[in-house]
Design a binder for this molecule. Sequence first.
Ligand code: SF4
Length: 308
Amino acid sequence: MIDLVSEIRQLKKQKNATILAHYYQDGEIQDLADFTGDSLKLARAATKVETDTIVFCGVHFMAETAKMLNPQKRVLLPDMKAGCSLAESCPAAKLDRYQQMLRENGRRFQTVTYINSTAAVKALSDWIVTSGNAEEVIRRVPADLEILFVPDRHLGQYLEEVTGRNMILWDGACMVHEIFSVGDLLSLKKKVPAGITIAHPECPANIREHSDFIGGTEAMIKYVSGFAETKDFLVATEANMLWQLASKHPRHRYHPVPGISCACNKCPHMALNTLEKLRDCLLNGTPEITWQPEFTKAREVVQRSLLN
Ligand code: SF4
C-alpha cells in the first residue's frame, strides 16, 4: 500500500496531473488529493487547476462538471461506472417530457436543479444549486413563477420548510441518505446523551427532525469548528465524511448514524474508485470524460448559478 501511494504521487508529477477528491471518498484517497471538498467546492477548484490533467475521485456527474468548466483539459475518472443513484433518479428525457406537460397545462415555472444531476438535466434547468446556495437561489426566483425542484425530494422538502415556498418536487432520492434509521439514531442518542446530531439535508424528514443542525458537508465542517471544547457529534451523512471531520477538527468525537441495512452508510458508487484504479488511470490516461453536446448549455447554467 505504501508502494502504491508513492507510485501515485510519482505518476501525478510525471503526468502533470491534479487530483480532486470528494469528501465521500476513502480517507487514503482524500489524503493523496490536491483539493478535497463537496461538489461546489470541487467545481470551483476545477476552474483553478493549472495542470493539463484532472483526476476526479468522485462520481460521474462531478467529473462531467469539471470537464464542462475545463473544456481544454483532460478529465479522468478512475472508474467510469461510479454513478449516483440520485442523478439516475432523474433521466433527462423524462424531465423534458414532464416540463413540456407542465407548459402545455399553462404552468409558468423555473427549474431549480440540485448539482447531483447529469449534464443533460443541467442543460434543461434554469438554476443549479448545492445544499449551500439553494436557499438563496430559491429566494431569487420571481414569486409569480412556480418552482420545479429536481431531483432530490428530501432536500426539496427541507427547502420548502426553510424558505416557506411550495415547490413541485421530483420524486428522487439518494440511496445512502434515504436509509438512515431513525430507530438507530434514537438508540445512539441514548448511548451518547450529550451528542449533537448533524444531518445532511438529503436525509428524510424523520432524521432531520431529530437533528440539532442540518447542512451540507462544508456547512458541517464549519459548524463543528465553532465548538472549542471537545464534543460528541452524531453524523448523518456518508461515512467517509467522518474522516474529513476528524482530520480537520480532531478534538471532537464523531459517531456515524447507522443505516437500516448497513452499519456504515458508505456510498457504493464512490467506493468504486480505489487506489489501484487511481494509479491505473494516471498511468493509462483513461477512462476519460469527453466533451458532449449538452455540456455547452449545462456549462452556461452552472457558471451563472455557481461561479458568479
Ligand atoms: S452519496 Fe448519494 S448523492 Fe452522493 S454520490 Fe452517492 S448516491 Fe449520489
